[in-house]
Ligand binder design. Structure first.
Ligand SMILES: C=C(O[C@@H]1C=C(C(=O)O)C=C[C@H]1O)C(=O)O
Length: 279
């Protein structure tokens, strides 16, 4: 095994990294597994990947198995267009009502529960669903949570009579801070066995992002056709995200964990344990 097994989110939010891994040539020497976050979460927890982005809540559920890679995340200081609730009635009126949660997410399930409980004082009946708006998810629910490209599509193609809420904006109103949606993590056993391959994977993800962010307009122009957005909208969307994990974002992450632990969504607020890689 000389190629690290790297998970990769196949949403537009990782277009910069994707561009670096492909056009920038940084994907050479990696076994890359593209999938939606929920799939990467379970592959990482079951030990089928060595390094991967995961929903940030997954680290708090598995701190004994995972190490965080430094200064990488998918975060946003506020509104971001890709964590969206589409509702038939205002959020404040969802108490006891059916609310569908996208099967692709984990972090945003907790985010919505925290926001509805703390900011709106309501406790809906939640269920996980794979249905899209077009498939009729709102036939059986009063609101639906979408993430990633599904959310971007819904956000940019609004239907009359429905209400649209950007949870990044709702989170900023509730906490005054940023939200950390995803982290890059390594398997602890892999990190101990193959520090050389861990460093290789880390260097490629870090440099892949750098390459893609430097060439963002070219990446957006080339890939917009395969997305629900125009090239300009892709560039604007990526500009709403922040891929760092600096002190401010580590505090924002811990704040999310604190509120998630208060609701019993995670067993405890974990210490953030980082992989020993050279930045
Ligand atoms: C900003 C996003 O970040 C993500 C949200 C995740 C989640 O809710 O669990 C997981 C990974 C990221 O894709 C997004 O998907 O829109």
């Amino acid at each position: 095994m000389d190629k690290p097994r790297l998970g990769h989110i196949n949403f537009i939010n990782c277009l910069p990294l994707d561009w670096g891994l492909t056009e920038g040539g940084l994907g050479a020497g990696l076994e890359i597994r593209p999938a939606v976050p929920a799939t990467l979460n379970s592959l990482m927890v079951s030990g089928e990947l060595d390094v991967s982005p995961v929903s940030s809540i997954v680290y708090a559920q598995n701190p004994d198995k995972l190490l965080i890679l430094p200064n990488l995340s998918i975060s946003a200081p506020g509104a971001l267009q890709s964590i969206v609730v589409v509702a038939k009635r205002p959020l404040a009126d969802l108490g006891g009502r059916p609310v569908a949660l996208t099967a692709k997410s984990a972090t945003s399930h907790g985010l919505l529960k925290i926001i509805l409980g703390k900011a709106y004082g309501v406790e809906p009946e939640y269920s996980v669903s794979s249905l899209s708006l077009a498939d009729g998810v709102l036939d059986g629910a009063d609101a639906a949570l979408f993430i990633g490209d599904d959310a971007l599509f819904a956000y940019h193609n609004r239907r009359s009579g429905l209400l649209y809420y950007d949870l990044g904006d709702e989170w900023r109103k509730l906490t005054g801070g940023a939200m950390v949606y995803a982290l890059w993590v390594a398997d602890r056993g892999f990190a101990a066995r193959r520090p050389d391959l861990l460093q290789l994977a880390y260097d490629k993800v870090r440099d892949g992002f750098r390459y893609g962010l430097t060439h963002l307009e070219a990446a957006a122009a080339a890939r917009a056709g395969a997305t629900p957005l125009t090239a300009e909208q892709v560039v604007r969307y990526i500009g709403l995200l922040d891929y760092r994990l600096d002190e401010a974002r580590r505090q924002a992450l811990t704040n999310y964990y604190r509120l998630a632990a208060d609701r019993g969504l995670i067993p405890a607020v974990p210490t953030l344990a980082f992989a020993a890689v050279k930045p």
